[in-house]
Write a protein that binds this ligand. Structure first.
Ligand code: BGC
Length: 700
């Protein structure tokens, strides 16, 4: 702790000493669904929180999951964290954080409940879209600037969910069985850097258990690792309903208990806590320490000194930021016959097929739902770009299952009942004869129409029925019979461009061999449709790269081969550190598209790559040239590979990356800092995991 921090602590302690036990207890639990109690007598305000992470969530009534329903809480809808990670651009992570921080402050929030930094252990996890990557290095490198951006606005980031919350199935009580090495090498680094480098003022505990303890009251995670090893003095907030025992919570490093129910005085850290302190079962100092953390946070955020920054929301530059991120997040998976980009001038008419072309994703996903000021759909983006001179026809081609209950409906939100069910698995929905028949008609209409068009663009994929809090997918299949539709479209028009939108990979085996051009778009925010249109028509050169392995099927994923994930009380992380590409590499399994993959409309040549040691740091200097016909950006990836590897070690691991813009014909040197280098490692620079271009040589 430095002098400034010591001073801060002293001031917080002095203020804490003026509080009664009742006032202190009021500060350590929710007095509303997203707020603690203030102490007006001493001018201590309530702490106001909101979700995250794609924007600031709509307003709810204080004590019910009923939306207030006013028109003053529409916000900037940012690309999801998977999209952000796909940019491999730390500056865009910072920018995203800045927008979120400014909007949270503008909406009067103190804590924004994000970013989510859980590792994508399985492609089936329903909340993967909220997370960055399967790789700890990429995750932390994006999370740190994001957090710094948020906190620049006197708003606290809340890095979540600590820790090993990698599935929704049984999420409220599944006990994670993991060896400590895997925990520390794969699942904890992002949290470590979020608090140590990003200085995240708050951390959210996870719902699940680890080593039999619930994470929100875990002595091991919160006391031993977070507080003791990492010296964390920030505030730990529970996930909503993640606390299960007053004593365990009190003696753990948890500071604030939040939940989804309205019996606020009955929360474990409310009246039951006060009673136990009065009965001498819990020393009052335990509560004091929590209050000190909260007061330190309030001081850090300038909540007590009148010197707080003001923010704003829906600023034009926020929308520009959403567009900047969306542009770099689109991944060109395949462009075999070079059909992309399409020429706006030469395209006189096109047919767009697919429900996702005309679907708005903002209001779905669970607590990450967004009441977006607007959302440009792909179809709108395409029409806006083409400007009226190209005739754009649209047919749905497929449809989702009819909704049982509209999410985010005015009267009640799913979250009210979220503790009643531990979280499950969602497979294909109803496939009634009538629905199958209707889909057949939609498909026939699309395929018949496609015969008459020179250019067809299919835009399908997933939506927040699959990518959603509280459920994992049962499989990786494209829902709603889209595979059939794609096959039939390719049959009548082999040059059909396939665009998939989603938060997690899908199986493509049935048609990928025949498809010429395939683009992947994540939930890319309010400007996503514009960004996609720009990529389709060459106004933006794609530079997104996959932040995770796109498996051919879930049975290529070690979490499902060796570990378990299903309806059991324990999740066995038997794969250890061999998560994602670490497994594929070591066991020679081919994914559909590898980690780090993403094509460009131009080409990049890698020249000499040199290892440089300066002031105790290790860098790689890469000479990169744009050898193609279009300006573009390249995300250069550095993998470290142990020489003479043992079986326990991954073949190689991402330990550095950098993104560079080069005009057509231009050549530049890019310096990339790398982590964890030692003499017995080879340094590989590549355009993706499976497209390694050069091995570094040490500069003499
Ligand atoms: C989620 C958290 C979220 C909280 C508050 C929980 O259901 O797991 O990520 O921040 O609700 O909405």
């Amino acid at each position: 702790m430095n002098r400034e921090e010591r001073e801060l602590r002293k001031e917080a302690e002095a203020l804490m000493r003026q509080l009664t036990l009742e006032e202190k207890v009021g500060m350590v639990h929710g007095a509303e669904l997203f707020r603690t109690a203030p102490v007006e007598r001493l001018g201590i305000p309530a702490l106001t929180m909101s979700d995250g992470p794609m924007g600031v969530r709509q307003e709810f009534e204080p004590a019910s999951w009923k939306c207030v329903g006013n028109h003053d809480d529409y916000v900037t809808y940012l690309p999801c964290n998977s999209a952000l990670a796909s940019t491999w651009n730390r500056e865009l992570a910072r920018l995203t954080g800045e927008v979120l921080g400014a909007e949270a402050r503008g909406r009067g929030k103190d804590v924004i409940l994000g970013p989510g930094v859980n590792i994508k252990r399985s492609p089936l996890c329903g909340r993967n879209f909220e997370y960055f990557s399967e790789d700890p290095f990429l995750t932390k490198e994006m999370a740190v600037p994001y957090i710094q951006g948020v906190q620049n606005w006197d708003v606290a980031a809340c890095v979540k969910h600590f820790a090993a919350n990698n599935q929704e199935t049984q999420r409220l009580w599944v006990d994670v069985k993991i060896d400590e090495r895997a925990l520390r090498e794969i699942y904890l680094p992002a949290f470590h850097d979020a608090v140590r480098k990003g200085n995240s003022y708050t951390v959210m505990g996870a719902y699940n258990k680890i080593y039999t303890e619930h994470c929100c009251q875990s002595g091991f995670l919160l006391n031993q690792i977070l507080r003791k090893e990492w010296g964390y003095e920030g505030v730990v907030v529970s996930d909503w309903g993640g606390v299960h025992d007053t004593q365990a919570a009190a003696f753990s490093g948890l500071d604030i208990e939040m939940s989804v129910t309205d019996n606020f005085d009955g929360y474990y850290m409310a009246e039951p806590l006060r009673k136990m302190v009065e009965e001498g079962k819990i020393p009052e100092e335990v509560v004091d320490e929590k209050v000190v953390h909260i007061l330190m946070l309030m001081k850090r955020l300038h909540m007590l000194d009148g010197k707080r920054k003001s923010g704003t929301y829906n600023a034009p530059k926020h929308r520009q930021a959403a567009l900047d991120v969306a542009r770099e997040s689109v991944v060109l998976l395949k462009n075999a016959r070079g059909r992309l980009p399409l020429s706006p001038e030469k395209t006189k008419e096109i047919l767009v097929v697919g429900e996702n072309a005309d679907w708005m994703h903002a209001p779905g996903g669970g607590s990450a739902e967004i009441k977006a000021l607007y959302e440009v759909t792909p179809l709108m983006g395409i029409k806006m770009l083409l400007g009226g001179n190209t005739k754009v026809s649209y047919v749905k081609g497929y449809c989702q299952d009819p909704k049982e209950e509209a999410q985010g409906a005015q009267d009640k939100n799913w979250q009210a009942d979220s503790l009643k069910d531990g979280g499950g698995t969602k497979g294909a929905h109803s496939s009634s004869e009538a629905l199958t028949q209707y889909r057949r008609l939609l498909r026939e209409e699309a395929v018949t129409k496609a015969k008459g068009f020179e250019q067809v663009i299919f835009i399908g994929g997933l939506n927040h029925e699959q990518d959603c809090e509280g459920n994992d997918r049962a499989d990786m299949k494209l829902p709603y019979e889209q595979d059939c539709l794609i096959e039939e479209l390719l049959e009548v028009n082999p040059d059909t461009v396939i665009v998939l939108v989603g938060g997690s990979p899908v199986e493509m085996g049935r048609w990928i061999g025949r498809a010429g051009s395939v683009l992947w778009s994540w939930y890319a925010g309010m400007e996503g449709g514009n960004a996609l249109a720009e990529v389709l028509f060459g106004k933006t050169n794609p530079s997104g790269k996959l932040p995770e392995s796109f498996y051919k099927s879930p049975m290529d994923c070690p979490a499902h081969i060796w570990g378990n994930f299903g309806e059991k009380e324990t999740a066995d992380y038997a794969e250890g550190v061999f998560v994602g590409y670490r497994y594929l590499d070591a066991y020679h399994v081919e994914p559909e598209f590898c980690f780090g993959h993403g094509l460009s409309y131009t080409s990049f040549a890698y020249g000499q790559v040199e290892l440089v040691k300066e002031n105790g740091k290790v860098y790689v200097d890469c000479q990169i040239a744009n050898t193609g016909g279009m300006d573009g950006k390249e995300a250069v990836q550095i993998y470290l590979a142990p020489k003479g590897r043992t079986e326990e070690e991954p073949v190689r691991q991402l330990k550095g990356f950098g993104k560079i813009f080069l005009k057509s014909g231009e050549e530049k040197k890019l310096r990339i800092e790398i982590e964890g280098y030692s003499e017995n490692m080879e340094v590989w620079a590549g355009s993706s995991l499976n497209d390694i271009r050069v091995r570094a040589v040490e500069r003499i």
